[in-house]
Design a protein around this ligand. Structure first.
Ligand SMILES: [Mn+2]
Length: 436
């Protein structure tokens, strides 16, 4: 079954309860001079429309049941299309994308007041859409001004995110299938990169291998800037320079995933010895991270929480670090005080979907969100012992033999009816598979 944007729109319209929603597309972004970045659609807009042109605006109007879905799109323009490519125009918006009515973008300002008239409220995310926000606020202000005479006006401006992001957090089976595909292609790229990598290459060559595979497999390319980090560079969590030589004896950490044509993403991290053999210290730490990751994945099931998954990883890591003499103190005390954070400073995972760090709450107040079948999250513990690392006063100094080691192992995991499915399992991670 293909993904049904129409079914999502119906659910969204029902949940709006009489409020009108204004959901803008992403704008084209300038790279330099008259050159733009490759276009990336806004995920909320994409989720509801599947329409991939910049600058468009979708209206959801439950108070107008005859025409609840209105699209404003870039107008057909023969000259512009010669330079920038095909546009669907208003006819395509209706025929291909199911809009009840479509208008050229330049009519938004004139027509928006009328469309929003009669709604109980306006649902619009402030702070994110600088081109559309002044218009929405102006229309609302005008309606409030006229309310005493008209006898009605939208009473509130609300955020669409709680509705929309609760929907996006719970993936349809067709979405899990797409993430499975993204994870598979990403896993293939990791396998290729590990087979390719050798001492004295540059990080950039390994990056090229990964991204060559993403493109050859028909994806849009990387989902986020690939991290190809040899040795100490692996201790920079968002390292993207990817231009240092790979040294014999170092580990190589690769955090990379592709984005499919419909924007579903893979997000995988693997770490392996560049020369094909772990040193003793590398092996100790790698097997500890792997043990933590497998224990954390084993926690993923309906009814558990992302917090429990994180806590499990932390407990295994801290236990192992105490055993290795890299932490000292009482296990529970170390965990409670976060005394491990100089070695493991990030969370164990995040939701994964149309955004790599996907939308959806992790907690509501004090209540942690329970995992449900159809949710997809990453599980990615790590350990980072930089050359520059200064442990806190009350923790042991770290011997040089442990320095310059950064390890993370990350898989994409779908919550299933009775447990979990590792979508990225085709990227190997056993100690034996990492060596050659
Ligand atoms: Mn991740």
């Amino acid at each position: 079954m293909p993904i049904s944007h129409a079914a999502r729109r119906q659910l969204f319209l029902d949940a709006l309860e009489g409020q009108a929603a204004v959901i803008p597309a992403a704008q084209a972004m300038q790279h330099h001079a008259d050159v733009e970045f490759p276009f990336r659609q806004d995920s909320d807009f994409w989720y509801l429309t599947g329409f991939d042109e910049p600058g468009a605006v979708a209206l959801f109007l439950p108070h107008r049941p005859e025409t609840p879905f209105v699209l404003f799109v870039p107008a057909k323009d023969a000259t512009a299309e010669v330079w920038e490519g095909f546009r669907w125009g208003t006819e395509g918006a209706v025929q291909q994308f199911g809009a009840d009515v479509a208008h050229p973008l330049d009519q938004l300002e004139v027509l928006l007041p009328d469309y929003l008239n009669g709604a109980d409220g306006i649902s619009f995310r402030v702070g994110r859409h600088s081109a559309v926000e002044p218009l929405v606020l102006k229309v609302w202000a005008q309606q409030l001004d006229r309310a005493p005479r008209l006898g009605m006006a939208p009473r509130q401006l609300s955020a669409p995110c709680p509705i929309l992001h609760a929907m996006r957090l719970r993936k349809e089976p067709e979405e899990v299938e797409r993430i499975r595909m993204a994870a598979r292609i990403s896993a293939e790229a990791h396998e290729k990169a590990r087979e390719f990598a050798r001492p004295d290459q540059n990080e950039a060559e390994v990056r090229a291998t990964l991204e060559q595979h993403f493109l050859a497999r028909g994806t849009r390319g990387f989902a986020y800037p690939s991290i190809v980090a040899g040795g100490d560079n692996a201790c920079i969590l968002h390292y993207t320079a990817n231009n240092a030589p790979l040294r014999d004896g170092d580990l190589l950490l690769i955090d990379a995933g592709c984005s499919l044509s419909d924007y579903y993403n893979g997000d995988i991290t693997r770490t392996f010895p560049i020369n094909g053999r772990f040193s003793g210290e590398q092996r100790e730490l790698y097997s500890l991270v792997l043990q933590a990751q497998e224990a954390a994945i084993a926690e993923v099931r309906p009814g558990a929480t992302a917090e429990q998954v994180h806590e499990r990883a932390v407990r295994v890591l801290v236990e192992g670090l105490v055993e290795l003499g890299l932490l000292c103190g009482d296990l529970d005390g170390l965990i409670e005080q976060g005394a491990y954070r100089h070695l493991y400073m990030h969370r164990t995972g995040h939701w994964l979907g149309l955004d790599v760090h996907d939308v959806g709450a992790y907690r509501l107040g004090e209540h942690h969100i329970s995992l449900e079948a159809g949710m997809v999250l990453t599980v990615e513990p790590g350990l980072y012992i930089s050359d520059r690392l200064q442990p806190p006063e009350d923790q042991p100094a770290i011997d040089d033999r442990w320095k310059g080691i950064g390890i993370r192992i990350e898989d994409d995991v779908a919550v299933s009816q009775n447990g979990a499915e590792v979508l990225s399992a085709e990227a190997l991670k056993s100690i034996e598979a990492m060596e050659r």
